[in-house]
Design a protein around this ligand. Structure first.
Ligand SMILES: *Cc1c(COP(=O)(O)O)cnc(C)c1O
Length: 638
């Protein structure tokens, strides 16, 4: 398809289809007639903001690439959508409980993000889920709404319990979810000591286990949660302390990115059965908390593939409400309030990583000699013959031959029987054959596996000004796919196939798997660089889990972070700018003292002056270079 299009004329529609932006963009991203990626915070019919324009505004303000761009309206819209979808399902099905969402702080702990969620979420009583003391303190400091829930998960010590109980005293709607049987004793003791009656929940280990990368937290073997027998023990202990009226919530968590709606339904039904069992035991209950798991369609395929999901938000909500109702109505149990802890689906869309390309390494078109010199070794002659005989019918055979003769030449070279020039000649013929095969094979219906890999070996390498380890850790750690595409020049035919390497010197610092309607592809269609002009790429849907997981590989630090808010008329404001780490910041994270570094350097430089290596004024400029270096951004600055 691509070739034919190039011959006619490449249109914006072709880019839209090629990069799948309307499949994964959820209506928040599109391509303008000018061939630029635009942000549409209110969906396709609302105002649009050009990303290249945002970048140019950032450059004018002195921000270098890479930049993590956050669009506040998208976050608002996601929270509103989840509540709206649940509201619809509850109304349509005649469900008697309400929906109460909470955001799990671990998914994006950045102050700015949690604060925005607490502010915008207040109108829906959207709360926070915390898994540690630090997260609880952050939540209490940011939450304004007293009706919204604060769900305390995680293994809790005395201090954690105390903090939660004090927050309860301040009027916050705090739930203590027991993850381990031993927590109950601590909670009972601390609430007695502080004179506060807590709202207690338990985390259940369900028997169902969803499939996927991140779903190990579900299933009977999961590390957290109570078995049915342990839950019954909790009931008995609470009864014995005359505190059964405090038992209000049942929680479970199947794992993150549950891509199959069937797993979600099965989980809800099992959870609802347990809930009904607790009502039967005399606990007042009132809340059923389904945890996270609402998936993001990263590849836009709408399938149960791990980087996708085979359901829409509306379907998720309807299925959840319906499954709870059908299970509980059968047992004549009143409908509880439904809590979900959707993290990924709430924040993924809201951040885009933007970076410029610093350089491209291209496999060059090879120059072959007209005639072979006297004494050319046999394998080279054979390679030349192979090249001359390539046809559509013998591609695999030619490929095998090419490898065979090339390896033969390498061996002869190691034994000292051919010289460097002769070996180079063989390599040239070899690459000429590979390139011809690559051209020819596009006409094959079924491409043999060996030949499919050829594209990867011929792919360009685009060097991006970012660190995979810092900004996209899941790409490296669990082969997570994110949509990647150029954010401009989309009216032009992307004539190159490339992979993307970052600027760390680690060979894992690369993106070499890309989303594709057919699953995955090993290279991405890109544009050739133009002299004196930046080429920008965007990695989308990176708002969940990427920011705090990032590490300091090669001491590349946090990127600049900029938030924009788009008004109804399409104008926008840079509402927040956070400077990325400087070289001095990064060095101090790993326990260097930048002042001491400068003192040591000063001593070294002074010594050089005394030895007559440099003049005093040279010392001055050298010291200045180091001082500037410490203040500078850790990424490539142009
Ligand atoms: C991680 C986690 C979540 C968030 O899951 P998502 O799939 O991102 O929605 C929710 N609840 C608990 C207990 C978690 O550990």
């Amino acid at each position: 398809m691509a070739k034919n299009r190039a011959l006619q004329q490449w249109r914006v529609e072709d880019s839209i289809e090629l990069y799948g932006i309307r499949n994964w963009g959820a209506g928040y991203f599109d391509v303008s007639d000018a061939g630029e990626v635009v942000i549409c915070p209110q969906g396709p019919k609302g105002p649009q903001v050009s990303i290249p324009e945002v970048i140019s505004g950032l450059r004018d303000r002195g921000h270098d690439m890479p930049v993590l761009l956050r669009v506040e309206n998208i976050l608002d819209s996601r929270i509103a959508n989840i509540h709206e979808s649940f509201r619809k399902a509850i109304k349509n099905l005649g469900y008697a409980g309400a929906y109460r969402g909470v955001f799990p702080v671990k998914v994006n702990q950045q102050q700015q993000v949690v604060e925005k969620i607490a502010q915008f979420g207040a109108q829906f009583h959207h709360g926070l889920e915390v898994g540690s003391k630090a997260e609880l303190v952050a939540a209490v400091s940011l939450m304004q709404d007293r009706e919204a829930c604060i769900i305390c998960n995680g293994y809790k010590d005395e201090e954690f319990m105390d903090l939660g109980l004090q927050a309860l005293r301040l009027g916050f709607n705090v739930f203590f979810v027991l993850e381990m049987p031993s927590e109950l004793g601590v909670l009972l003791e601390r609430s007695k000591a502080l004179g506060v009656r807590p709202s207690i929940g338990v985390r259940a280990k369900l028997a169902v286990k969803a499939s996927g990368h991140w779903t190990d937290s579900g299933g009977e073997r999961s590390t957290f949660g109570l078995s049915p027998a342990q839950i019954v023990d909790v009931v008995d202990t609470l009864k014995a302390h005359d505190m059964l009226d405090c038992f209000k919530l049942l929680h479970y968590h199947l794992g993150s990115q549950v891509s199959n709606i069937r797993d979600i339904r099965t989980g809800v039904m099992e959870g609802a059965r347990l809930y009904a069992g607790l009502i039967e035991e005399g606990a007042p209950m009132g809340y059923l908390d389904l945890g996270g798991g609402l998936a993001v369609d990263y590849d836009g395929s709408h399938t149960n593939y791990i980087s996708s999901r085979n359901y829409s938000l509306d379907e998720y909500c309807t299925d959840v409400v319906e499954a709870i109702m059908s299970t509980l109505d059968e047992a004549s149990v009143p409908h509880p309030h439904i809590i979900t802890e959707s993290g990924r689906a709430t924040v993924a869309y809201y951040s885009v990583l933007l970076f410029n390309v610093l350089d491209v390494s291209v496999v060059e078109e090879v120059q072959l000699p007209e005639s072979l010199p006297e004494g050319t070794p046999e394998p080279v002659i054979n390679l030349r013959e192979t090249l001359a005989n390539i046809s559509l019918r013998n591609l695999q055979e030619c490929y095998n031959d090419a490898i065979y003769y090339r390896d033969e030449m390498r061996q002869l070279f190691s034994m000292g029987r051919v010289n460097l020039r002769q070996r180079t000649l063989a390599e040239r013929f070899f690459w000429a054959i590979i390139m011809r095969i690559a051209q020819e094979k596009t006409r094959l219906k079924n491409v043999p596996r060996d030949l499919a890999d050829i594209d990867v070996s011929l792919a360009d390498i685009y060097y991006g000004n970012f660190s995979v380890f810092q900004s996209l850790p899941d790409t490296w750690a669990i082969d997570q796919l994110f949509p990647v595409m150029p954010i401009h020049r989309l009216k032009e035919f992307p004539s190159r196939h490339g992979i993307i390497s970052d600027i760390t010197c680690d060979s894992d610092g690369r993106i070499d798997q890309f989303i594709d309607p057919q699953g995955m592809k090993p290279t991405l269609e890109l544009h050739p660089l133009r002299d004196g002009e930046e080429y920008y790429l965007g990695v989308f849907l990176v708002g969940a889990y990427q920011e705090t997981l990032g590490d300091l590989h090669n001491l590349m630090g946090d990127t600049n972070v900029v938030s924009i808010r788009v008004a109804d008329d399409g104008s926008y404001e840079y509402v927040r700018e956070i400077r990325g780490d400087s070289v001095a910041d990064i060095l101090s994270y790993v326990e260097y003292d930048p002042r001491r570094i400068l003192e040591d350097l000063r001593d070294t430089a002074e010594q050089a002056v005394r030895q007559g290596r440099i003049t005093p004024s040279e010392r001055f400029s050298i010291m200045q270079a180091f001082e500037d270096g410490l203040r500078g951004y850790t990424y490539f600055e142009r």
